[in-house]
Design a protein around this ligand. Structure first.
Ligand code: B12
Ligand code: SF4
Length: 448
């Protein structure tokens, strides 16, 4: 029995390479690989960096689907099915839109994989594949098996992704994670995480977690163990970490030099609209940021624009805010109406969706606004995101912040990462906008 894994790409501008900053190792595939029964032969095509051989001799094609890759995933599924191959789809988008996905394959899996992967393979061997497999919000593996992409490692960014936990106690209106995990948090055993980190090839880690401070006792135990490894790492966290000086110090001492925090908006009414006003209750935001910086940890600050109170003034004020705190790096993204999230359903009811299924729409490009904002037009919102990103990633700003970064943390790896990421993002502002979703992938130049 042979299984073929596919990671679909978002899309590519004609003649251009895939966006470099998206090219991280595909942990999803490594985890699924580890969950397959030992006697199954396996292969993997990473659509972002290589051509897919649709004529490969295989018994089962497993495709992971995110909302941005859904159109491409369905196309790939069609190609394989037209050649008589069985196709199973799974991942975030499939969990959010099971009925849609089911129309494009032989079976779907919703939620996460665990024992149900063995069940699926068993059913296929017995010729009785079911149409739906329902997983649970679980993390059912000891160590992700990266051997499946060992030959492609050089094409990925030099950072190892290791999963620590999933989900989050909060319930922000626009968030796929909140929908996927129903405001729960689950985590792996600390000893498994440490064993996996020891087996990874890079000294720089991205600990995959939606909110690593969700379980304080777990976080503290983990940080104490990571410290022994003498590595540098980053993760996603909420601002409440700043209220706990002791854990913050543990985190820094364990090698955490940068954290990604979703601020989303600096406007209180917007935060209320997105069900994230709890960040305001934590205390004075400026003070919390300063505490994190004072601990020697830099911040990747993420903002989302397009909520009802947003207009050009919000961009101006947010840019000022980012300059005041000299963040390591920022994201100024437009609001994304991911399917089946509360914001998606709300906009749909209000008749504010420009296109119901933007992810499948013919001609849809990355950066296109799929809803009608309140105070600016969709086109203005798109242009404002670009304009203010450009301002943040000007070379003058990069140099100024680079000096601050060096003063905050002397870690050479994180300083190198600073210049690499900021210069990359400087050039990628325009490269991202207009990427045709699901297009120019078959037969195009593929090297990453
Ligand atoms: C690391 C990461 C990235 C990395 C890239 C990782 C990579 N592979 O190259 C970076 C930072 C570059 C990135 C970029 C983006 N990301 Co991202 N990312 C993540 C993150 C934090 C971890 C992904 C991961 O490795 N998870 C661990 C694996 C093991 O879990 P998994 O993928 O869910 O897989 C399990 C199940 O879903 C299931 N499963 C999955 N696929 C399949 C397939 C089959 C057949 C079966 C049976 C089962 C199955 O089994 C797996 C094991 O249990 C997730 C959030 C999260 N916690 O997962 C967001 C997330 C996936 N990203 C998201 C988004 C939106 C993006 C961007 C569009 C952001 C942007 N505006 O630029 C880009 C798109 C990049 C792209 N697709 O090319 C969203 C997707 C939402 C959605 N509805 O699709 C998520 C969920 C974050 C969020 N809060 O909403 N991302
Ligand atoms: S805090 Fe972050 S991960 Fe948690 S629900 Fe809100 S946006 Fe999602």
């Amino acid at each position: 029995m042979k299984v073929t894994f596919i990671l679909p790409a978002i899309g590519r501008k004609k003649g251009e390479k895939y966006l470099k900053s998206w090219l991280m190792e595909p942990l999803t595939i490594a985890v699924m690989n580890t969950l397959l029964p030992e006697d199954v032969e396996r292969e993997f095509y990473d659509d972002r960096i290589e051509s897919i051989n649709y004529d490969t001799d295989t018994d089962l094609v497993l495709i992971t689907v995110e909302t941005y890759t859904a159109k491409r995933a369905y196309h790939i599924a069609k190609e394989f099915r037209s050649r008589g191959k069985k196709v199973v789809l799974g991942g975030y988008h499939v969990t959010l839109m099971p009925d849609e996905a089911a129309g494009h394959c032989d079976a779907i899996m919703i939620n996460n994989c665990g024992d149900n992967m063995r069940e699926l393979i068993g059913d296929l061997k017995d010729g009785c594949l079911k149409e739906r497999y329902a997983g649970t919000p679980c993390i059912d593996y000891k160590m992700a098996d990266r051997s499946i992409y060992a030959d492609k490692q050089k094409k990925y960014l030099p950072v190892s992704l290791v999963e620590t936990g999933r989900g989050c106690y909060h319930n922000c209106e626009f968030c796929s994670i909140a929908k996927y995990y129903g405001s729960r948090y689950i985590h792996r055993e600390v000893k498994d995480i440490i064993a996996e980190m020891k087996a990874c090839r890079h000294k720089l880690f991205f600990l995959v977690d939606d909110s690593i401070f969700s379980d304080k006792a777990f976080a503290r135990e983990l940080f104490i163990e990571i410290k022994k490894l003498k590595v540098t790492w980053t993760t996603q966290i909420t601002l409440d970490i700043a209220r706990d000086d002791e854990t913050l110090k543990l985190m820094r001492d364990s090698g955490c030099s940068m954290v990604l925090i979703g601020f989303e908006s600096i406007n209180q009414d917007n935060l209320k609209q997105m069900n994230k006003e709890w960040t305001q209750r934590l205390g004075e935001r400026d003070d919390l940021i300063e505490r994190i910086h004072a601990a020697g940890i830099s911040i990747y600050a993420s903002f989302v624009f397009g909520f009802d109170e947003d207009n050009e003034e919000s961009f101006r004020r947010t840019l000022e805010f980012t300059r005041k705190h000299e963040f390591f790096v920022i994201a100024f993204n437009h609001l994304l109406t991911f399917p089946n999230t509360d914001i998606y359903n709300g906009f749909k009811e209000e008749g504010r969706l420009i296109c119901d299924k933007w992810w499948l729409q013919e001609g849809y490009t990355f950066g296109t606004i799929s809803f009608v904002p309140r105070q600016v037009t969709a086109e203005e919102l798109r242009a404002l995101c670009r304009k203010y990103k450009k301002k943040f990633f000007k070379f003058g700003s990069i140099i100024k912040r680079g000096i601050v970064c060096f003063k905050r943390t002397k870690n050479p790896l994180i300083n190198f990462a600073y210049w690499f990421i900021n210069i990359l993002f400087h050039f990628e502002v325009d490269k991202r906008i207009g990427i045709p979703v699901g297009e120019n992938l078959d037969g195009e130049p593929v090297s990453g």
